[in-house]
Design a protein around this ligand. Structure first.
Ligand code: NCD
Length: 305
């Protein structure tokens, strides 16, 4: 069944991934050659971003415009009727009358479900609180596929805030479908991966381990890091306690490592000197965001190149 709404990475079956990756490769060729197509010239995309965003917002804008679509958007609650107390459902109902597809970044876990239910047009979750970030998991898996040629038979290390990182949650949900994968979560004891995620991974036969120190890194093929999610800490002193303690430096990278990714923004989790290494893939990963989001917009709007 074609995907019409993307709320959770649980919807991203291996079949869907392959379709999106194939589209993304074509979109990359378009970007590198003519730069634009008119595939969605008759479409209007609504961007509702109620939490800060740079990459996700800009790559969706770039994707929509490279496909020839128009854009209407809300950025931040300050200038909108949310300030006046309008509900999320009412706002989305209205916006879906102005456009053909909505992309929304929303502050609370579960908001994406509510917004999608209110939308009369296709809907994409661009991050709902500390819950999920399914489009980021597409960017991540596409990058791994393009750089390493496979998503299966790999050992992955995830740090340093698996409890609150929606990017880590969605990525693990997608990767857990693949054969012979291992996940090693590295974090302070208070920020370990949530029980639901561990259970899901184990039920799919992923080898799961957890440790509290970078020095205990096993032999990963891929290291995936994300900053401590400062804005989601109920207790700020916990953030302060660990903010400088978990930082990857070139000396700490095991020789098995073939790729280092980070959804960005980078704050303290990766030393600048890591950027020099050819295995530092995070800026290439960010660029893939445009191709993947072009692919996703075309798929959800039922268009093929
Ligand atoms: C991530 C997010 O918003 O969750 N950023 C992104 O979309 N590239 C990661 C983060 O903010 O730490």
């Amino acid at each position: 069944m074609p995907l019409e709404r993307l709320i959770s990475a649980r919807q991203l079956t291996i079949e869907v991934l392959h379709d999106i990756f194939q589209r993304a490769r074509k979109m990359r060729a378009i970007c590198q050659n003519s730069g634009r197509t008119s595939l969605l010239a008759d479409k209007m995309i609504g961007l509702v971003f109620l939490e800060p965003s740079s990459r996700t917002l800009l790559s969706f804008q770039s994707a929509a415009q490279r496909l020839g679509a128009g854009i209407v958007f809300i950025q931040g609650v300050g200038s909108t009727s949310f300030e006046k107390g309008e509900s999320l459902s009412d706002a989305i109902k209205v916006v879906s009358g102005y456009c053909d597809l909505i992309v929304a970044r929303l502050p609370k876990s579960g908001d994406a479900q509510i917004a999608s239910a209110a939308s009369s047009v296709p809907f994409i979750n661009a991050g709902d609180g500390g819950n999920e970030h399914p489009t980021q998991s597409l960017v991540d898996t596409f990058t791994i596929m393009e750089e390493l040629g496979s998503l299966a038979n790999l050992d992955y290390a995830f740090g340093f805030d698996p409890l609150q990182s929606r990017s880590i949650h969605s990525l693990c949900l997608v990767l857990s479908q693949f054969e012979n994968v291992g996940f090693d979560f590295i974090s302070p004891p208070e920020l370990q991966a949530p029980g639901w995620l561990i259970e899901q991974c184990q039920s799919r036969n992923v080898r799961v381990s957890q440790s509290n120190a970078l020095s205990e890194l096993k032999n990963p093929d891929v290291i995936y890091l994300n900053r401590l999610q400062e804005e989601r800490f109920p207790d700020r002193s916990l953030f302060e306690k660990y903010r400088y303690e978990y930082r990857l430096t070139p000396e700490q990278i095991p020789s098995s490592t073939r790729l280092i990714l980070d959804p960005l923004p980078r704050v303290d989790e990766i030393a600048l000197s890591v950027d020099e290494l050819p295995i530092a893939g995070y800026f290439r990963q960010a660029q893939n965001g445009v191709y993947i989001r072009m692919a996703l917009l075309s798929m959800l709007l039922g268009r093929t190149l």
